[in-house]
Each structure stands twice: as structure tokens, then as C-alpha cells.
Design a protein around this ligand. Structure first.
Ligand code: NAP
Length: 437
């Protein structure tokens, strides 16, 4: 019987799906010791710190992760940072294969003047702030202005805009970070404007997310009906409109034509608007946009501009993978061929393919990488694995410690009628993980 040691770096969806694919391929002759390494004291990656708090249904995939983690050949080593607490080259020596499932956590830059002004922030910082990621507990986000601008026409832009535009009372029963809920309750923001640089037909929103917009009870949603009708007429010129696109345009048209409630909270979606410059003295005060037009398959600037007075700009224009010692990033990803990086190192998920797809997309991605790993496996290594590499004083959050944290959050949430009350502080998380059962 061959038993191979596999280290998975990153306890997000692509990491768990890699573990699951390995578990599914175990036979009487082949098995895997899976060690999952995570820099935070909590697992689940984007399911915990990315998925919007008002999208609880998507988070039920964590039940699958916990089932994977209960296998006797699976161990969690959270609160362990590769490149700091252990070196990638040492992991490579200890394991038959190392899979980097480290995602893409760095927000892409717009590359325009004024981008670094105060309160011009990336969704890569805003989303983990409202989701209680411990590195963002004290992020400085000023919600005192009346109008916020969100740049990008993808689902992250949509999440960010919805969280800013929703009446915070509607978020009371979610697992949003308490610090974010308090800040949103005190917020002066009443209008949130999503700006996409191309037309409605090019938007990266998906129909289910668009359909969520009218569900906000105390917010009116505005989309320019003319922009949607123009997109539909442009599109009917092409032979076959894709089903997803047709759905998107239909939902946008429906929203655009809906009668409004007269709510003082407004979410607006503007298309064909590229940011040219963010203006302000120290802090953001205005964004200047180019007005674009669609010409055939191209989107070009008309030469005309318009501005939005705002005190908060959030860019949600995609993510890049983050570099760490031993790993270089190229074009926002870990360079790889079909998931193979070098030697016995592999990658999967957003670190491998870039920030695309929904959580389930990682399943097939990880399964393909596992097939490749198995093809390349030779004689199993006789080594101790990560325990031989960590200092004896290093405080690991293992599965048992994590289950204590998980239980504590769920119990404190129940009292408040929330799915959980997330702990946004690293030291507190570790303390709870340390408590006696
Ligand atoms: P995305 O879907 O790639 O959207 C990025 C948006 O940013 C696009 O509209 C893009 O426009 C725009 N953009 C890029 N560079 C720009 C620039 N310099 N100036 C202005 N706009 C720019 O990325 P995302 O929203 O970060 O989402 C990442 C992935 O997570 C997606 O697959 C998404 O579906 C998924 N996700 C899913 C959910 C959900 O299922 N509920 C929630 C969140 C995220 P162009 O098209 O013109 O480049």
C-alpha cells in the first residue's frame, strides 16, 4: 500500500476541493496523508472572508469542507504562514507533492491619477473588512460622504455596492463583522453608483446576483433603460445571443423598468464610463469619467467626460495572486502548466487560473490537478511532514482548535439571531482555539 504525503497550502475552496479529489481517489493500494496549511487562524478562505454576508446560502459549502476535514488522513495546520513559519523549499522536501491553493488576494490597480488618495480603496480591502478578516479589523474606511462610487461591472462590485446601499437593519441577521455593521449604521451614504467601462452586454455580473438587487427592501435600483435597450438592439444584430447574456440583459431591463419605492437609499448602475482621474486634496472628492461608446465589437471613448462628486471610491476590477518567498507571480498568477509549477509543486484555483468563476469552478480545476499529481507520483517519501519544520513553540490551530472557534462563533451568533458572530481578531481567535474542551 502506497501512502503519499500531500501538503495543500491555503484552506479556501480550491484547497478543500483538492483534498476531496485526493480522498475520492483512495483505494486499498493508494492513500494520502493530507496536511492543509493556512496562514489565518481560520479556514474556508473566500467562503469566510469573500462571500457577502447576505449570501448565506453560498456559505453552506462549508459543510462539505468540514466533512472533508473529518477524514482521519486529513490534518489542519492553520496559523502557519508559508514563507515565514515554514519555507516552501522545506515543504517540498517533506512532501510528495505540495499544492499551492493560495488564491488571489491583491486588488488590481486602476493606474490613474488620484488612486492613492484617502478613501480610494480596493474591494480586496473592503470585502475582508466587512467579513471580519483579522488583517482588516482596523481598516480605515470613512463612510461620512453621501455618494459612493464602485468601479467595475463584476460580481464583486455588485457585492460591495449592495452592502453599502442596503439598509443595515437588513444585515442584522447576517454574519457581517460587528465593526462593519456599526459603521454602516452610522454611514451617511445614501447613493451608490456602480460604473462599468463597457456596455451592459459586456458586464461580468451574473443573473442571480442581478436578481438579488430588487430584494433590497429599502433601496431603489436605477439602471438606464436606454442603455439596456441599445445593448439589446446591438446584440440582436448578432446571430445567436448566449443564454447567460440574454438572461443578464433581460434582468437588467426588468430592473430598469421597475417602478421605484421612493426610498432614500439608491443603487445606480452606469455603463460606458471609464474612470480617468480621482480628484481630491488628501481625500477623494470627485471621479472624472470618460463617456464611452460601443462601435461594433469595440468600446471607444467619445471624447466627452462627466464627473461624480464622491467621498468614497471602491475599485472592484479583479485580483492578482500575492507573492511570497519561494513563489513569483506573473500576470497575476503563479506561473504553471496545467497546474504544474515546478518539481513536486502544483497550483490550483485562483492562484493557478486567475480570479474567475464561482466557488464550484474550483472543483474541476482541483480534480484536474490531482490527476496530474497522481500521474507524477513516484516512491512515497518517508518524512515527518510539517511537524518537523515548525518551531516547537509555534501555536497551530488544528481541526479541534478550529472546531472550538467555530462553535464559539455559532453559539454567540445564536443569541443575536445570526448564523455566527465572527471574531475579527487574530489573538482572540487563537485564544479560543487554545481553550480546553
Ligand atoms: P470580474 O468578474 O472579472 O469583473 C471585473 C470588472 O472590472 C469587469 O467589469 C471589468 O471590465 C472591470 N475592470 C477591469 N479593469 C478595469 C479598469 N481598469 N477600469 C474599469 N473597469 C475595469 O471580477 P470580480 O468582480 O472581481 O469577480 C471575480 C470572480 O468572482 C468572478 O468570476 C465573479 O463571478 C466571482 N464572484 C462571484 C460571486 C457570486 O457568485 N455571488 C460574488 C463575487 C465574485 P472589463 O470587462 O471591461 O474588463
Amino acid at each position: 500500500m502506497n501512502k503519499y504525503k500531500i501538503a495543500i497550502v491555503g484552506a479556501g475552496p480550491s484547497g478543500y476541493f483538492t483534498a476531496q479529489a485526493l480522498q475520492n481517489l483512495q483505494t486499498d493500494d493508494l492513500s494520502f496523508q493530507i496536511d492543509m496549511i493556512e496562514q489565518l487562524p481560520t479556514p474556508w478562505g473566500l467562503v469566510r472572508s469573500g462571500v457577502a454576508p447576505d449570501h448565506q446560502k453560498i456559505k453552506t459549502v462549508s459543510k462539505v469542507f468540514e466533512k472533508i476535514a473529518r477524514d482521519h488522513n486529513f490534518r489542519l495546520f492553520a496559523n502557519v504562514e508559508v514563507g515565514k513559519d515554514v519555507a516552501l523549499k522545506d515543504l517540498r522536501e517533506q512532501y510528495d507533492a505540495v499544492v499551492l491553493a493560495t488564491g488571489a488576494a491583491k486588488g488590481r490597480k486602476l493606474g490613474i491619477a488620484g488612486e492613492d488618495l484617502r478613501n480610494s480603496i480596493s474591494a480586496a480591502n473592503f470585502v475582508p473588512w466587512y467579513n471580519a478578516h483579522p488583517d482588516y479589523e482596523n481598516a480605515e474606511i470613512d463612510l461620512t460622504c453621501e455618494t459612493a462610487v464602485v468601479i467595475g461591472a463584476g460580481n464583486v462590485a455588485m457585492d460591495v455596492a449592495r452592502i453599502l446601499a442596503t439598509d443595515p437593519a437588513e444585515l442584522d441577521s447576517t454574519d457581517i463583522a460587528e465593526h462593519a455593521l456599526s459603521a454602516l449604521k452610522a454611514s451617511n451614504i445614501r447613493t451608490v453608483i456602480i460604473c462599468g467601462r463597457r456596455g451592459p452586454e459586456h458586464a461580468a455580473f451574473t443573473a442571480p446576483e442581478l436578481r438579488d438587487l430588487p430584494k433590497m427592501k429599502n433601496t431603489d435600483v436605477f439602471i438606464d433603460l436606454d442603455q439596456i435597450n441599445s445593448a439589446i438592439s446591438r446584440f440582436s444584430e448578432f446571430v445567436q445571443t448566449e443564454k447567460d447574456l440574454k438572461n443578464n440583459l433581460e434582468v437588467m431591463k426588468l430592473i430598469a423598468g421597475q417602478s421605484k419605492k421612493g426610498a432614500d437609499r439608491k443603487l445606480k448602475i452606469k455603463f460606458l464610463a471609464s474612470p480617468l482621474e480621482i480628484k481630491g486634496k488628501e481625500k477623494v472628492s470627485k471621479v472624472v469619467f470618460s463617456i464611452n461608446k460601443v462601435e461594433g465589437k469595440n468600446v471607444t471613448a467619445t471624447g466627452q467626460t462627466f464627473s461624480i462628486e464622491t467621498g468614497l471610491v471602491i475599485s472592484a476590477i479583479g485580483y492578482d495572486a500575492v507573492e511570497y518567498p519561494g513563489i513569483k507571480i506573473k500576470n497575476g498568477r503563479i506561473p504553471n502548466i496545467a497546474g504544474h509549477v515546478e518539481h513536486n509543486v502544483y497550483t490550483t484555483g485562483w492562484a493557478k487560473r486567475g480570479p474567475t468563476g464561482v466557488i464550484g469552478t474550483n472543483k474541476s480545476d482541483s480534480s484536474d490537478v490531482v490527476d496530474l499529481i497522481i500521474k507524477n507520483l513516484r516512491t512515497p517519501k518517508f518524512s515527518a511532514g510539517i511537524t518537523a519544520l515548525l518551531k516547537s513553540t509555534h501555536e497551530i490551530i488544528n481541526q479541534t482548535s478550529w472546531e472550538k472557534i467555530n462553535a464559539e462563533e455559532i453559539v454567540s451568533g445564536q443569541i443575536l439571531n445570526k448564523p455566527r458572530l465572527k471574531i475579527p481578531n487574530r489573538i482572540k481567535l487563537i485564544q479560543i482555539g487554545r481553550t480546553k474542551a
